[in-house]
Ligand binder design. Structure first.
Ligand SMILES: *[C@@H]1O[C@H](CO)[C@@H](O)[C@H](O)[C@H]1NC(C)=O
Ligand SMILES: *[C@@H]1O[C@H](CO)[C@@H](O)[C@H](O)[C@H]1NC(C)=O
Ligand SMILES: *[C@@H]1O[C@H](CO)[C@@H](O)[C@H](O)[C@H]1NC(C)=O
Ligand SMILES: *[C@@H]1O[C@H](CO)[C@@H](O)[C@H](O)[C@H]1NC(C)=O
Ligand SMILES: *[C@@H]1O[C@H](CO)[C@@H](O)[C@H](O)[C@H]1NC(C)=O
Ligand SMILES: *[C@@H]1O[C@H](CO)[C@@H](O)[C@H](O)[C@H]1NC(C)=O
Ligand SMILES: *[C@@H]1O[C@H](CO)[C@@H](O)[C@H](O)[C@H]1NC(C)=O
Length: 919
């Protein structure tokens, strides 16, 4: 029997619900007071007390938590089946706005409490710990992303079954209670992004099941307890951005943690040198080692190369000295090496090109000398290189300008000399380039105009001469251009006034002459940006140049000479450009006719550029009204560009680091992948902290919507057949037709989109993987994939290959003609979509075929009367989705088979229609 005060409270809570609920108040009172032995009254009272403290701005609880249904049916509440007691309270991401009721401590059967990001404030009630006294099963507490204050209650240490404790991203203060060490079952401890102080308690080492420790971004002090070494299962230790101190030798204890994958200790004042023995004996599973922004001294141990799984090494902003060990070039998985701002000397290892996976190489602000190794050009994935502020010297025939996927190139403040390579700057993706303050000489080559995506270009403080080439008019994305302190002559090109994004221009201290252009950037230019060019004239009056006399407009005598020097190389470049295209096509080895259909030659030579600001305008500042969807990568918006073109804009979430790292290298190659059945990547927009893909806009939804939601027009058999054929053709192109093998890795109906003409386009291959060889496969834990469509070897071992895409295609084919998702509720236990079809094959295929197809046939009976079409179709789906990759077909064979089925069906349909006419 419930205590009267509880009943009163329940009524009070109920009476605060909106009208509908108020009217049912008495029945709740009866319900609460009426039941006898069963303690589910306590749970009801506790839930109402919880609800009472929240203002529930969206009214979700107000409209759902009503007496019309048992509380077990309330949104976010789960109950045990037999006893009808609350086992889970999960309302993540729902704005609740209020304080956590201590009465939650009365939910004695609670296992999971998930109130992540619900706008809670106040403190974490001690009473949660009380649950342990009622002989509790609480296994997970997720309260992250709120505004909770005060300490972490030490009573939580009594919750002996707890496996997940996440109170990150709040305003919690005080020390980490040592009592937490009693949580022997804990696997995830996330206390990051609070204001916790004091030391990491050494009792942490008692939590022997821990996989993840996140204490990042607090105000923790003291040394790292050596007891961490007791946690043999530890995979992720993330304690960066605190005030932890002491000697880096605590790494010794971590040598016991042989499962360690992420070790992130950046932004602490750790000191001492990296001991080669400790470093070399860390887990060989280590993928991420970040110890930047500490006070580490001494050399980088050569033994770091023992850790062969390393993907990222960050040691920037320390006091490391000596040379970069050559052994690091053995780390063949390395994608990021950041050693900036140290005291490193010696040379860049000549074998650096062995780091084939490297995406970011950051060595700025050291004392590195010698030349830039030729092998650098072998690192085809390199996106960012920063060698600035070193002592590098090199002739200009340098590998630095032969990096096809580079986005950021910084090499300023060195002793680089010689001329820029005249015809081989093929850095089509480069956004930022700064080679200022070196010893480059000669003219600015026309081939610089190949770098169409340049936003920032700094060539200042060199000895470039001759005039600013006309070809640079192609660099219309430029926002900042610095050519100051060179020996440039001739006039200021008037096209600079037409660069609509150019807001910073510096031409000072050259030998420029003639008219200062009017308009654009020049309407605002200061004298400082033009000073030191004594023969300039005209321009805005405020600049104070003398008016231009007639003779200033005459060609300068030297122009003729430059004509010969420039026009001839330009023509050569044009020829080289065409050869390049032909070469690409040859390598594709496709027939000429196909090439026409799939590749738009114009797009190879001119693609449009879009700046961040144009994207802002196009999406109305990323307004929600324009949002089309979101995924783990970020959000997709609809937008109208300045020229009226409507596009889909996929904005990458820069926090999803993994997504970002391989993004640019891949999409730059894929931008040229053109096919009627692939979503066209129109262009990309990249800068330091923003990346977006601009895609062809698809107004007619996805195959998923057409098949399942009823919100889109129904599709008959023939249409589905044509769509699946189109999808297979697109996949064939990615697998066999494009000059690199491209894997999709996430093929599913929601990634098949329709344009105005209802032509199917495969989408989301922008995050796919490029393969270099022909039959190689890649192993990666970080790639996308969707349950139900993932091949077993991909889902369980991360092994992606063309055959894993074929599997996804097979499942999709079965889905398209059964009308059942692989994740349909009927597929439980051992039964899968594939097995269900295979059991019906071939005799009972009618039973598994989408009913709607049989009912709505154009020519009734054509499908059901014979197994001419269903059998080969389902057989194809079954083969493609075979358990073993070897048994799956190749995409080009799939295309052939589907083409044949489509042809047979068309013929039969025509005959049947004729028959109908005759009747
Ligand atoms: C929760 O339990 C405590 C102690 O038994 C009691 O005082 C309190 O009234 C209960 N709260 C609710 C809402 O039932
Ligand atoms: C409480 O338990 C009783 C008896 O088992 C049951 O009839 C009643 O529906 C339960 N109430 C709720 C709200 O689940
Ligand atoms: C409350 O939400 C649950 C889960 O979404 C739903 O099944 C139930 O019908 C809703 N009840 C009311 C009264 O809206
Ligand atoms: C709580 O919900 C969030 C958001 O849905 C989810 O990411 C997290 O894994 C959940 N926590 C638990 C313990 O289930
Ligand atoms: C936690 O358990 C200890 C020992 O059983 C007990 O003394 C303490 O009161 C408990 N704390 C809470 C808040 O229940
Ligand atoms: C680049 O790689 C190729 C193939 O691995 C190799 O033959 C060549 O020597 C490398 N180039 C340099 C400069 O290291
Ligand atoms: C001129 O410069 C100011 C300040 O830098 C800026 O706000 C303004 O937009 C500029 N005007 C033009 C036309 O560029």
């Amino acid at each position: 029997m419930a205590h009267p005060s509880i009943v009163a409270m329940a009524i009070l809570a109920i009476s605060l619900l909106p009208n509908q609920a108020v009217s049912t108040g008495p029945s709740v009172a009866r319900l609460v007071g009426g039941s006898s032995s069963n303690n589910n009254n306590t749970d009801l009272a506790a839930l109402l007390a919880f609800r009472y403290q929240l203002s529930d701005p969206l009214g979700v609880l107000a409209s759902n938590w009503t007496s019309e249904a048992s509380f077990c049916r309330w949104i976010g509440v789960s109950c045990s089946r037999r006893r009808q007691r609350v086992t889970a309270l999960e309302l993540p991401d729902l704005p609740l706005h209020g304080e956590l009721s201590p009465h939650l401590g009365n939910l004695s059967f609670l296992r999971v409490l998930n109130l992540t990001s619900t706008d809670l404030f106040g403190s974490i009630p001690n009473d949660l710990g009380r649950l342990s006294r009622l002989l509790s099963q609480l296994t997970a507490i997720s309260l992250g992303g709120n505004h909770l204050v005060g300490p972490i209650p030490s009573a939580l240490g009594n919750l002996s079954m707890l496996s997940v404790l996440d109170v990150s991203y709040s305003n919690l203060s005080g020390q980490i209670p040592m009592e937490l060490g009693q949580l022997r079952q804990l696997t995830l401890l996330h206390l990051g992004y609070n204001q916790l102080t004091g030391p990491i308690p050494s009792s942490i080492g008692n939590m022997s099941e821990l996989l993840d420790i996140y204490l990042t971004s607090n105000e923790l002090t003291g040394t790292v307890p050596s007891t961490l070494g007791n946690i043999r299962s530890l995979e992720n230790l993330v304690i960066d951005s605190n005030n932890l101190n002491g000697n880096i030798d605590f790494l010794a204890s971590l040598c016991n943690c042989q499962q360690l994958q992420f070790l992130i200790i950046s932004f602490n004042p750790f000191n001492g040198a990296l001991n080669p023995i400790y470093v070399g004996n860390l887990s060989t599973n280590l993928q991420i080692f970040e110890a930047d922004n500490n006070q580490i001294i001494g050399g980088i141990p050569a033994t770091l190369s023992n850790l062969s799984s390393l993907i990222s090494i960050r040691l920037a902003n320390n006091q490391l000295s000596q040379a970069i060990p050559v052994s690091l070039t053995k780390l063949e998985n390395l994608q990021e090496l950041d050693l900036s701002t140290n005291l490193l000397s010696g040379q860049i290892p000549t074998q650096i090109g062995m780091l084939k996976q490297l995406v970011r190489l950051l060595l700025r602000e050291n004392k590195i000398s010698g030349s830039i190794p030729d092998s650098l050009a072998n690192i085809t994935f390199l996106e960012a290189i920063d060698l600035s502020n070193n002592k590098l010297s090199s002739t200009a025939e340098t590998s630095l300008f032969h990096l096809p996927n580079i986005i950021q190139l910084y090499a300023s403040h060195n002793f680089l000399s010689g001329t820029l390579p005249p015809d081989s700057i093929i850095m089509q993706a480069v956004n930022q380039m700064d080679i200022s303050d070196n010893r480059f000489v000669g003219h600015i080559p026309d081939s610089l105009a190949n770098c169409r995506l340049l936003i920032y270009l700094n060539l200042s403080h060199n000895s470039f001469d001759a005039s600013i080439p006309d070809s640079l008019h192609k660099l219309a994305s430029l926002e900042a251009l610095d050519l100051s302190f060179n020996n440039l002559s001739g006039t200021i090109p008037s096209y600079l006034a037409n660069f609509s994004y150019l807001s910073s221009l510096n031409l000072s201290f050259n030998d420029l002459e003639g008219q200062v252009p009017i308009g654009g950037v020049f309407s605002n230019i200061t004298l400082q940006a033009l000073v030191g060019n004594d023969r300039l004239c005209g321009g805005a009056a405020r600049l104070g140049f003398s008016p231009c006399l007639e003779k200033c407009d005459k060609p300068h005598p030297t122009h003729r000479r430059y004509f010969l020097r420039f026009v001839i190389p330009a023509a050569t470049i044009a020829v080289v450009g065409i050869t390049f295209c032909v070469y690409l096509l040859r390598r594709r080895g496709i027939k000429k006719a196909d090439v026409k259909a799939s590749i738009d030659m114009d797009d190879l030579t001119s693609h449009r550029t879009v700046s961040y600001y144009e994207i802002l305008r196009a999406t109305d500042n990323f307004s929600e009204d324009n949002q089309l969807g979101r995924g783990s990568f970020g959000k997709v918006f609809k937008g109208q560009l300045d020229d009226g073109m409507v596009v889909a804009i996929k904005v990458l979430d820069m926090q999803a680091a993994q997504a970002v790292r391989s993004f640019d290298a891949e999409c730059n190659a894929l931008r040229m992948a053109r096919h009627r059945n692939l979503i066209r990547i129109i262009t990309t927009c990249s800068n330091l902290d923003f990346r977006a893909l601009l895609l062809q806009y698809m107004p007619n939804g996805s195959l998923e919507e057409h098949l399942h939601t009823g919100s889109r027009p129904y599709m008959g058999f023939f249409r589905r057949l044509v769509i699946m054929l189109d999808v297979s053709i697109a996949m064939e192109y990615l697998h066999h037709g494009y000059y690199q093998v491209v894997l999709h890795c996430d093929l599913k109906p929601s990634n098949v989109l329709f344009d105005e003409e209802m032509t199917a386009h495969v989408a989301d291959f922008g995050i796919a993987k490029l393969l270099l060889g022909d039959d190689c496969s890649v192993v990666s834990a970080s790639m996308p994939g969707t349950l139900g469509y993932m091949a077993p070897e991909y889902a369980f071992m991360g092994k992606a290959s063309r055959k894993s895409d074929v599997f996804s295609f097979g499942i999709m084919l079965l889905e398209a003609f059964t009308g059942k998702r692989p994740t349909d509720a009927m597929f439980v236990g051992g039964l899968s979509l594939r097995q269900w079809v295979s059991e019906a094959f071939p005799a009972r295929l009618i039973d598994v075929t989408d009913n709607k197809l049989l009912q709505d046939e154009v020519c009734p009976g054509l499908l059901s009367s014979s197994d001419t079409f269903l059998a080969p179709l389902f057989e194809l789906g079954l083969m493609c989705s075979s358990e073993s990759p070897e048994q799956r077909m190749a995409m080009n064979d799939v295309v052939a088979k589907l083409t044949e089925i489509k042809k047979d069906y068309s013929v039969s349909m025509q005959q049947a229609l004729k028959g109908l006419e005759m009747q």
